[in-house]
Write a protein of this length. Structure first.
Length: 106
């Protein structure tokens, strides 16, 4: 667990988790905002319209080390069913990556 940092939420949860909710995928963002005052980490949400300019700016920030993606696990393409199960179980604490033509690292 990270003692300090900023969690940027752009939606949330799985479709199964939000099933029947009129708020749908924004429930995770609402929960992050509600919990933020009680956490040591700052939690914020974003809504974005992705453009080439945005992607270029994001690439520059990542190249400069100012944005760090959190990768929980990597799976091979042949392991997609296991990756989906892992996501559905709610264990992921970062992104789950599917690799093509490489060995997976966890």
């Amino acid at each position: 667990m990270v003692a300090k940092g900023i969690l940027v939420s752009n939606g949330g949860g799985s479709l199964k988790e939000n099933e029947g909710s009129w708020l749908g995928p924004i429930t995770g963002s609402i929960a992050a905002l509600a919990l933020s005052p009680f956490m040591s980490q700052k939690m914020v949400t974003i809504l974005a319209s992705i453009t080439n300019t945005d992607l270029t700016a994001l690439t520059e920030l990542m190249d400069a080390g100012k944005v760090k993606p959190v990768i929980d696990k990597c799976y091979k393409l042949t392991e997609v069913p296991q990756a989906i199960r892992y996501l559905e179980e709610g264990h992921a604490r970062g992104k789950v990556v599917i690799t093509v033509g490489q060995s997976s690292k966890t």
